[in-house]
Design a protein around this ligand. Structure first.
Ligand code: FAD
Length: 306
């Protein structure tokens, strides 16, 4: 099917303004890297989102979901298919007692503010993670001893066939930076969190402490996708990279952060290829020096040599 045919099919389920063509992905990723997506769609309701997934599955049109693009490295050639963004159009939040039900597109920072205002405790760890709730469920995001796993009650997903199902926590296979959503290509549309009543002043002070830690230890002022590699058991990726003498090492515009070696940063006009070559170099040196295999945490979209 050519792109005009794909466009016509998409127009059966989405309005003209929900479909962007040849959209540069660098605009939608925290790394500020990535070539054009043939189609970048922003469904405005659950119905059009479900219809888009159903259409792509039925017609075998490649598709990929993104939230805020804060854990993504998109190839310089972009993506041949449909990127479906679940972000600003899906940000409803409802808090009843100690339960928070929210749509997948809400930013964790915004959610954290509402949770704080409701004096609920247990979500502080997530306040500085710059992703959406859907991305955090998919990744089982975590920080400072907290993880989505600890607070999720259930998640509603769209299956590859376009069916809506509700998965209780036990069915989510939540593990370090992984979940059933990754294995089954499920698309999260909403989730319920179970928190507990807390003291607002105490929550505020925890939020401030964690924010201070992030600002002083992470290169938040330079584009990146957060921790480039997962934490290998028994080690810290950042320390292994630093102890390998790679602090500040760069290839093209990609650099091992001087502030936190666990982050590869885009110090200006880095290409995806620069980042991939740097990641390969880091993996090689760390393996040589310490015998440890680093596994990417960042999700790669597109081929390394593209
Ligand atoms: C400065 C910085 C600091 C960070 N700190 C942390 C941290 O402390 N802890 C941590 O865990 N992460 C951290 N990250 C990484 C990132 O913010 C998280 O992984 C976040 O959960 C990704 O959410 P997102 O909406 O940006 O997802 P995206 O980057 O858009 O997508 C990431 C993956 O999730 C999938 N996805 C996104 N939305 C959905 C959905 N609704 N349904 C199904 N799949 C979906 C995508 O297909 C993709 O594979 C950091 C990143 C940056 C840039």
């Amino acid at each position: 099917m050519n792109n005009n045919e794909i466009y016509n099919k998409l127009r059966n389920v989405l309005s003209e303004k929900e479909i962007l063509r040849d959209e540069p992905m660098k605009v939608h990723t925290s790394f500020k890297i990535g070539g054009p997506a043939d189609f970048f769609v922003v469904p405005t309701c659950v119905e059009s989102l479900v219809s888009t997934i159903k259409l792509c599955s039925k017609e075998k049109i490649p598709y990929y979901i993104i939230g805020n693009g804060s854990n993504l490295l998109v190839s310089d050639k972009g993506f041949r298919g449909v990127i479906v963004q679940i972000y600003k159009n899906f940000n409803e939040v409802r808090i009843v007692g100690d339960r928070v039900s929210a749509q997948a597109g809400v930013l964790l920072s915004k959610l954290s503010k509402q949770i704080y205002e409701a004096s609920l405790e247990g979500f502080e760890f997530a306040s500085g993670i710059p992703g959406t709730l859907g991305g955090a469920v998919f990744m089982n995001a975590g920080a400072y001893g907290g993880e989505m796993k600890h607070i999720l009650e259930d998640v509603t997903v769209i299956t590859h066939q376009g069916d809506l199902i509700n998965l209780p926590k036990e069915a989510l296979a939540l593990d370090y930076r992984s979940s059933i959503l990754q294995q089954e290509d499920y698309v999260a549309i909403s989730a319920t969190l179970k928190l507990k009543k807390g003291d607002q002043a105490f929550i505020k002070s925890t939020l401030e402490q964690l924010s201070h830690k992030r600002k002083t230890r992470q290169p938040l002022e330079i584009p990146s996708a957060g921790s480039t590699f997962k934490r290998p058991e028994g080690y810290y990726a950042g320390k292994l990279i630093m102890d390998s003498g790679l602090k500040g090492y760069s290839i093209g515009g990609a650099q091992v952060s001087e502030k936190h070696c666990g982050f590869v940063v885009n110090k200006g006009n880095a290409t995806a290829k620069d980042v991939i070559l740097l990641m390969e170099h880091i993996r090689l040196i760390v393996k040589e020096k310490f015998g440890v295999e680093l596994e990417p945490e960042v999700k790669l979209l597109g081929q390394a040599d593209e």
